[in-house]
Design a protein around this ligand. Structure first.
Ligand code: X5A
Ligand code: ZN
Length: 676
């Protein structure tokens, strides 16, 4: 439905007029270079361009005191000396004669974006602004920030659009203490921030940036701080933070709008953050957020001071907003020990306030419905990275590695890929978006006969013809001609079709194939346990890990239970495995409601880099097919409905399984391993 890009050239006018090493990194080129890169890659042209407007003084008053706004208005007439003297009254701030105008445009851009999304003109968007906002407070500028753009936008969404629940995700590497102060007693705004902290030794050196600051009064539990106590955090740490902290709370909160305080000083190369997350990580984070609030995501630029890294990260985020499948994540998917300590600490601090954390942290007790694995778990490691993360001894080597990494990303083409649908009878009842391909092509008869021969269920014409489409669609996904697909098969042929699809995928180009079989589908007998296939049977009869690559789990009917199984088991396995193809098969008695199936597909699409093939039974409803198509195209899936707690038995079974698997699959961890 469209992505807005809100910008105004005037926001490049403000700049530092005197010598100040702390402030000089906040420069006009941050915007011009990011925008230039968006143009070069054809991304700006795909967005709805909106010229930023100035926020009115009344709108600024949603957050700031009239005296503070008046003071800022006065700066327009000051000389350089006076500006410098005034700037000195604040921490890490410089004023310029154009600061007031720029800052009003920055806040106005955020407001315009929220209006565009909440009126339905677009699905999502990014406001490219400066000065940034998240450090600014009711009556104080701070940390390059003048007006609190995101906080003003949130207040506006409540007041003008009547919203009741807004999620703010602050992935800038500094703590947005300004946002925290503004909403600390407000339960209608859930504020999540991660930040470089180093036990309080990093700017802005505040005690209230730690995990035990959870909000005040009615707002307790609606401030969530995840401090990073070491530098060097990377893709695995950021994804783990989303899977194990942010997303469980966000689903339980059920926001109507997601605002992102999108600072990219948390990316590799940034002098402030000193972190390692690569630009494509921000596409993953963005798409993980797009499953919330029906996809209504408004991002507003905050920090980001390495011009090339910033521009790449901005491009990745815009591509994700546009619905393009994300690039695979680089680097080992193993969170740092220090990151796990932080994750453990914030989960403990928030547990009293969130059902989703209470149920997950239930003691892992062996229940009668679970059993130990037969034999030993294979020690094979999941596949390696597509790009090598920079590992360097010297500063110069590090810089060379970084620029080669950024070069690789620059060369990556914008995929002109689409979702294909092979639904036979079903698609007649479906109104599909115009860019969806109706899949008619079939694999050559000869080839297919060889594949189908061992399977009696595929002897019938109908099943055989459906298989032909499935196989050709599979090839086309693996060859990069289409991104994702959905195909229907007659129910009696479901297991055989899946079996052939797996073999075909493995013999074609799938280096690592994740098969998520929902319902009564048995693992093919001849499937090798060689690390190339991860077989996950959901709603199998019991929770069991027969090997690291062969996992079977029940699936709770409660929303809380369902979400826990997906966020705490399925996605960590998928991120650890890094598949280049995901096969989702909804087999006999899969029992998934349409919104659940859509959420599963929407979430799996992210670690799979968009390469997902969903097999449904021909007897499925057009409604199910419809929401699956939406999910595969990157549109927000429908809401699961009200949160209901999982039963203790369900959670015990999950914890038992996680306990069995987490030494091999590090993304399952939510706490630092003991005794090391
Ligand atoms: C928005 C932002 C950083 C201020 C750092 C001061 N501010 N040392 O990234
Ligand atoms: Zn920052």
């Amino acid at each position: 439905m469209g992505t807005a890009l809100v910008y105004h050239e005037d926001m490049t006018a403000a700049r530092l007029l005197w010598d100040d090493p702390e402030c000089e990194i906040e420069c006009p080129e941050r915007l011009t270079i990011a925008l230039e890169r968006l143009r070069q890659r054809g991304l700006e042209q795909r967005c709805l361009r909106l010229a930023a407007r100035e926020a009115s003084e009344e709108e600024l008053g949603l957050v700031h005191s009239p005296e503070y706004v008046a003071l800022l208005r006065g700066t327009q007439a000051l000389g350089t000396g006076e500006l410098q003297a005034l700037s000195g009254q604040y921490d890490a701030i410089y004023f310029h004669p154009s600061t007031f105008h720029c800052a009003r445009l920055a806040a106005g851009a955020a407001l315009q974006l929220v209006d565009a999304v909440l009126t339905g003109a677009v699905q999502n968007g990014l406001a490219l602004v400066r000065p940034p906002g998240h450090h600014s407070q009711r009556a104080a500028a701070n940390g390059f920030c003048v007006f609190n753009n995101v906080a003003i936008a949130a207040k506006h969404a409540k007041q003008k659009h009547g919203l009741h629940r807004i999620l703010i995700v602050d992935w800038d590497i500094h703590h947005g203490q300004g946002i925290q102060y503004i909403f600390e007693d407000d339960p209608s705004v859930l504020y999540f921030s991660w930040h470089r902290y180093e036990h309080g030794r990093f700017w802005p050196y505040l005690q209230e940036s730690d995990t035990d600051a959870v909000g005040q009064g009615q707002g307790r539990g609606f401030t969530v701080n995840l401090p990073w106590n070491q530098v060097g955090m990377g893709n695995a740490d950021y994804v783990a933070a989303f899977l194990h902290v942010l997303l469980p709370l966000a689903f339980e909160f059920d926001p109507e709008l997601v605002l992102v305080a999108a600072g990219f000083d948390s990316a590799v190369g940034d002098p402030e953050g000193q972190m390692q997350a690569t630009p494509e990580c921000f596409a993953h984070l963005t798409q993980l957020l797009q499953v919330l609030a029906c996809g209504r995501v408004c991002a507003v630029l905050e920090g980001g001071y390495h011009l090339e890294s910033l521009s790449q990260s901005v491009c990745m985020m815009v591509q994700a907003l546009l619905g393009d499948p994300p690039l695979p994540l680089s680097g080992p998917m193993e969170p740092h020990r220090s990151a796990l300590e932080s994750i453990q600490s914030v989960r403990a601090a928030q547990a009293p306030h969130w059902m989703s954390l209470q149920q997950q942290d239930a003691a892992p007790v062996l229940s009668p419905s679970t059993r130990s694995p037969e034999g030993s778990i294979s020690p094979l490691l999941p596949g390696g990275p597509e790009f090598k993360a920079p590992v360097a001894q010297t500063e110069a080597q590090a810089m060379a590695a970084l620029s080669s990494l950024l070069d690789q990303l620059r060369l990556y083409p914008t995929p002109p890929l689409r979702t294909a649908v092979a639904l036979t009878e079903l698609d007649a009842a479906l109104v599909l978006p115009p860019d969806v391909l109706h899949w008619e092509r079939s694999a050559p008869q000869k080839e297919m006969q060889a594949w189908a021969r061992p399977h009696e269920a595929l002897a019938q014409d109908k099943s055989f013809n459906a298989l032909g489409k499935v196989l050709y669609l599979l090839d086309s996904i693996l060859d990069g001609q289409v991104s994702s697909g959905i195909a229907a098969t007659p129910a009696p042929a479901a297991a055989a079709t899946l079996d052939v699809a797996i073999q075909r995928g493995l013999s074609h180009r799938a280096q690592r194939l994740l098969c998520v079989a929902v319902g009564q589908l048995d693992r093919p007998l001849d499937l090798a346990d060689d690390g190339r296939t991860l077989w996950l049977n959901i709603r199998g009869k019991e929770a069991a890990a027969l090997s690291m690559f062969h996992v079977s789990t029940p699936l709770p009917g409660t929303t809380g239970g369902f979400l826990s199984y997906i966020l705490a088991l399925v996605l960590p396995l998928a991120y650890g495995f890094q598949p280049n193809l995901v096969l989702v098969a909804l087999g006999p008695a899969h029992g998934l409601q349409a919104p659940q199936a859509a959420l599963l597909a929407a979430l799996l699409r992210v670690p799979a880099g968009g390469q997902v093939l969903v097999l449904v039974e021909e007897e499925s409803t057009p409604q199910l097919a419809g929401v699956l198509v939406q999910a595969l195209r990157g549109e927000g899936p429908p809401s699961l409905g009200p949160f209901s707690r999982a039963s203790p038995e369900e959670m015990q079974a999950l914890e038992h399984l996680r306990g069995q698997l987490r030494t091999q699959w590090k993304m399952l961890q939510v706490a630092a391993p003991q005794g090391l």
